[in-house]
Design a protein around this ligand. Sequence first.
Ligand SMILES: NC(=O)C1=CN([C@@H]2O[C@H](COP(=O)(O)OP(=O)(O)OC[C@H]3O[C@@H](n4cnc5c(N)ncnc54)[C@H](OP(=O)(O)O)[C@@H]3O)[C@@H](O)[C@H]2O)C=CC1
Ligand SMILES: O=C(O)[C@H](O)CS(=O)(=O)O
Length: 485
Amino acid sequence: MKLSDMTLLKEQAFIDGAWVGADNGGRFNVTNPIDNSLVASVPGMGAGETRRAIDAAQRALAAWSARSAKHRAGLLRKWYELVIAHQDDLALLMTCEQGKPLAEARGEVMYGASFIEWFAEEAKRAYGELVPAPTEDRRLVVMKQPVGVVAAITPWNFPVAMITRKAAPALAAGCTMVLKPASETPLSALALAALAERAGIPPGVFNVVTAERSGGVGEELTGNPAVRKLTFTGSTRVGKQLMAQCAGTVKKLSLELGGNAPFIVFDDADIDAAVRGAVASKYRNAGQTCVCANRFLVQDGIYDEFARRLAQAANALKPGDGRENGVNLGPLIHARAAGNTHQLVEEAVADGASVLAGGDYVPGATSLYQATVLADVRPEMRVAQEEIFGPVAPLIRFSTEEEAIRLANDTPYGLAAYFYTRDLQRSWRVSERLEYGMVGLNEGLISNEMAPFGGIKESGLGREGSRHGLDEYMELKYVCVGGMA
Ligand SMILES: NC(=O)C1=CN([C@@H]2O[C@H](COP(=O)(O)OP(=O)(O)OC[C@H]3O[C@@H](n4cnc5c(N)ncnc54)[C@H](OP(=O)(O)O)[C@@H]3O)[C@@H](O)[C@H]2O)C=CC1
Ligand SMILES: O=C(O)[C@H](O)CS(=O)(=O)O
């Protein structure tokens, strides 16, 4: 892999402003999902290194939180400008360790940078309150103060944006952070740390510990009392486990977990817009996003035409190595993920579903899976019940609006939902009745730094981005000033 700035390829972890290895010298490999080739190796750390990173974050906290919001905003702005300046290198690192096509990777770098830009601005708007007192002899003041040391654990599917969506508000609020990125994609995290260092963010404020699942890093991050908040993005299964581990020290939590997004197409929908939105939502990142359309609920009158057009669009996608021009469907994160996807497809077909597009691996590559459309899927099939995390679009037919809403809400998840209609009253009715944190009405791409991202039910706690995102890293302190008669 040839970067313009090879110093961004970091093979050491970043603790207290130093690039360091694991205490026992252990390392693990980072491989390219398209061919399993070796990209780099990074330290395999454990509880000891994690404890040192937490201690460093604790030591840095007082000075960092004492700086003015404007000072912190200035450093975040410099970090943002450096991320933009190194967009191509960050994108190539991402494609090599995660697999997404370069154009998508560049888009994610810009999306990730937007959170740093946004919270550099929001840092200066962490307003407190002066509350009218019930008696003349008092003054009631409400301050906003940083939570303290924050632990962050992030997934492999958005190796830049899921980190900046947490680090930017945390640092803006005056918190310090210890990050454990996914073991599949540590290079993007380490490059971000290198750019934060160049921006002048002081030692100990932003630390990156690299590790594989075992080794005690998670236990230390969730059990150490110096850590006052955990922010996690990943599967609901792991989120529940981490939530339980944090209970012992009553940590503040932000959890962005799994989803099972319904994509509802009513008879009166603009079908061209619905197909465009379906492709954008379903096949982005090869279907490996928590807000991907996971099941398509299509009304009787438009079902056949929508199915035909979606299959046509799916067949037009070009799977391959994300580094190649024209490729717009990259590999899944590993062959095991492609295997899980294929198993869901085979089960559905064996149970009566029919393949309108794709339905198999791409010949010659164990992690590449064809853009797939399945018709005649029934809601009880596993492909409609589980988060696919692959490029498969199951189509489920419905007759009435009431049935569509019932089917859409019939899941433990509540992250994102989408629906297409041109009926004004239906737009309000359905938006209000969908049990989700986010709804796309006639839109398949809803994520941006200005809107509150997050879910309800078993899709998580809290919101990221928007004017709400900073409060996740702040505590309210009420000061009652007496003797003022
Ligand atoms: N709501 C949202 O915004 C998002 C939700 N997700 C969900 O995550 C899943 C796919 O991502 P995936 O990365 O596989 O999710 P995982 O939950 O398996 O992993 C996410 C992160 O958690 C770490 N982790 C896993 N187990 C533990 C543990 N016991 N203690 C500490 N850390 C742990 C992983 O480390 P390691 O790499 O070492 O295993 C990784 O860094 C899907 O369900 C998807 O929907 C993903 C992205 C965004
Ligand atoms: O991890 C994810 O799936 C992201 O949160 C989805 S998005 O923010 O890129 O839409």
